[in-house]
Unconditional design. Structure first.
Length: 86
């Protein structure tokens, strides 16, 4: 059985990916690296809450078989930021 590491699990793509990983019997454990604890409960899920400011502390947790990076933003968020910040 495999372990998946997921960065960006709170976004649009990340949420969908986590659901697919939960359904995939190849994965025994899914580690979510997050800034804010998500409202998701599943026996496969392990949540690692971090500010991402000290990667040495995270180093022991970053062990797995597959790593997924879903970090990004939507066009809508970019437009909101541009319009509010100038």
């Amino acid at each position: 059985m495999k372990t998946a590491l997921v960065f960006g699990s709170s976004g649009l793509v990340g949420q969908q990916l986590v659901q697919l990983l939960i359904q995939n019997n190849s994965y025994q454990k899914i580690k979510l690296f997050v800034r804010k604890k998500p409202n998701i409960q599943n026996p496969k899920i392990e949540i690692i809450e971090t500010k991402f400011d000290n990667l040495e502390i995270l180093s022991p947790e970053i062990k797995g078989d597959d790593c997924f990076f879903c970090i990004g933003t939507t066009k809508k968020i970019l437009l909101i930021r541009q319009n509010t910040k100038g």
